[in-house]
Design a binder for this molecule. Structure first.
Ligand code: OXD
Ligand code: MN
Length: 592
């Protein structure tokens, strides 16, 4: 046992009595203990050790083919009142859910070991950090939590002997039965129960379950925010760093933006981009009244396919040691890994993500699952921010929302003020791509990219955003919207994206510093086209930029109709302010 905290000890005893493991092992986080667990996982075949020279300390794991992604349909928010979960979450009465799941956990760990994992979300000693304890029967979970969190005895030191403020996570892979898979948050009990999955997002309970679903609820009650946002720092040649957060729905290049490599013209001058986080931000007003952010995580759980030397060299470099790969292809020639989009040289002698022999040169099937992942320590990242472990976090100057829109949203615009910015975030949307199943080009609303992650009623969540703005006053970050995905008449992307997105960030930073004017449009403030630096871009002229910033009033009137329909879901929980914002936008469009 690593703690005298009676709240922890009592709860662990109860869960041991329920799950009936043969053995209980407390995870202190020591290298000796982790090595023994790695060796055990390798011996049982749960994981495979990769080439010690090319990928030192790296492991490969395959999940069951039925267990390769988060399962939103089986994810529940069990607040006592249904209206507190709201229309965007699955809800079940907590008593009923406990009654349904308790028999499933009864004796589920017989013949297995229960690992007790203490962890901190956020740097140890940070006033923004919080402690969790995850109980699991999976070594894969222990080894991933070691990368993704500050795991081990140190987390208990942060908790102290009497506090009850820790999140109780119970996970069992059970039989990995998709019919009985449940990912359940009980926000009022600080509790998460996950069963019948062994896939990352469903079982690394510190991540989406705690750091977003439970934490968003805690943040509402305690005056802070848990957001699905990357955090980056943009350093100018004078050494001043401006910090920005950004929220995007999936498949919009969030990790790439977090680890952006500045284009040559900026690199030469001495500009740098630092990564603080790639997925989640916890934000709280600091003593000076500004909003400060920490990344609660300690690693990256990134999508492997498409990651390459060009798209994201920093992410790729992060995976070169002490990384766990899940559901990628295994190159048997040199015992390394491969995924679609890594390079143009797929291995011929390989095993695919389902464990079958695979020839990448001739096979028409994919070697890696499209949602295959790397779990990489943040400290491996060449551009990890020097402030990554700073307890007080970094002061945020700008918050960016974005989505994938072919025609409507311009390259960038700034909201008129915080309230208008909350409106912009609440109406965030992406158009479906051919990569997803279903129709192409359908608009999916995903407010603040939090649709599957908000642990309470989304109408109350919007109200919380508005309240935070009141509290921050003129110290509030400026809010922007970006769209890297406008297409021409043939459907080709117009803007080059990737590192060149820095050109847009430069305008955003200049706006935060009051260094550049803007045009007023019905949507908000837009750059004067000449203020987007296009030096060194072959295919982009001033006219292209004008086109990218163009506002199609008719399309936006359709957009307003779509927003009205979406807002109707929230009934009287929708803050009146957002309806006012919508009416004001409609009015501006009518006058345009
Ligand atoms: C993720 C997600 O895995 O947002 O980060 O789905
Ligand atoms: Mn995410």
């Amino acid at each position: 046992m690593l703690t005298n905290n009676q709240n922890v000890l009592k709860w662990v005893d109860e869960m041991v009595a329920l799950c009936k493991p043969d053995k209980v092992e407390w995870i202190d986080g020591s290298e000796a203990q982790l090595k023994a667990l790695r060796d055990e996982a390798i011996a049982t075949g749960e994981m495979e050790a990769l080439n010690e020279e090319k990928l030192p300390g790296c492991l490969l794991h395959r999940t069951k083919p039925n267990d390769v992604a988060r399962v939103e349909g089986r994810t529940f928010i069990c607040s006592r009142k249904e209206e507190d979960a709201g229309p965007t979450n699955n809800w079940c009465d907590p008593k009923e859910m406990y009654a349904k799941l308790t028999p499933m956990y009864d004796g589920v760990m017989k013949g297995r070991t229960m690992y007790v994992i203490p962890y901190s979300m956020g740097p140890i000693g940070s006033p923004l950090a919080k402690v969790g304890v995850e109980l699991t029967d999976s070594i894969y979970v222990v080894l991933n939590m070691d990368i993704m969190t500050r795991m081990g005895a140190q987390a208990f030191e942060n908790l102290g002997d009497t506090s009850n403020d820790f999140v109780r996570g119970l996970h069992s892979k059970a039989d990995v039965d998709p019919e009985n898979r449940y990912i359940v948050q009980f926000p009022e009990d600080n509790t998460i129960w996950s069963i019948n999955s062994a896939y990352g997002g469903n079982v690394l309970l510190g991540k989406k379950c705690f750091a977003l679903r439970i934490a968003s609820y805690q943040g509402k009650n305690e005056g802070w925010m848990a957001e699905h946002m990357l955090i980056l720092g943009l350093e100018n040649p004078q050494g001043e760093v401006t910090y920005i957060t950004a929220a995007f729905p999936s498949a919009c290049g969030k990790t790439n933006l977090a680890m952006l490599v500045p284009p040559e013209i900026y690199r030469k001058q001495g500009y740098k981009v630092w990564t603080v986080g790639d997925d989640i931000a916890w934000l709280k007003p600091g003593e000076d009244g500004r909003l400060y952010a920490i990344n609660p995580e300690n690693g990256f759980f990134g999508v492997a396919p498409g990651t390459n030397e060009k798209s994201n060299p920093n992410a790729l470099a992060s995976t070169k040691k002490n990384t766990i790969f899940t559901n990628v292809a295994h190159n048997l020639d040199d015992n390394t890994v491969w995924w679609e989009g890594l390079d143009k040289n797929p291995p011929e002698n390989a095993i695919d993500w389902m464990g079958r022999p695979w020839n990448g040169k001739t096979s028409t099937e994919k070697g890696a699952h499209p949602n295959s992942r790397f779990t990489a320590p943040a400290e491996n990242c060449p551009c990890i921010s020097p402030e990554f472990n700073t307890p007080k976090g970094v002061p945020i100057s700008a918050m960016i929302f974005g989505g994938r829109r072919a025609k409507t949203a311009p390259l960038v615009y700034q909201s008129f003020d915080w309230k208008h910015g909350v409106f912009v975030g609440s109406t965030m949307a992406s158009e479906t791509t051919a990569a997803a199943t279903g129709a192409v080009g359908v608009v999916r609303r995903d407010p603040m990219a939090m649709l599957p992650f908000c642990g309470y009623h989304m109408g109350d969540y919007f109200a919380h955003w508005l309240e935070m703005g009141e509290k921050l006053g003129d110290k509030a970050p400026k809010i922007f919207n970006v769209n890297w995905f406008r297409t021409d008449d043939e459907g080709h992307f117009i803007w080059p994206g990737f590192g060149d997105n820095m050109r847009v960030l430069m305008w955003i930073v200049a706006r935060c510093k009051g260094e550049v004017d803007a045009n007023v449009t019905p949507l908000g403030y837009e750059p004067k086209p000449e203020d987007i630096n296009i030096e060194g871009l072959d295919d982009i002229t001033l006219d292209t930029v004008k086109g990218l910033l163009d506002v199609d009033v008719d399309l936006w009137k359709e957009e307003v109709a779509g927003i009205k329909e979406f807002y109707a879901k929230f009934g009287d929980k929708l803050p009146a302010e957002l309806n006012n914002q919508l009416a004001a936008l409609e009015d501006r469009l009518n006058k345009a």
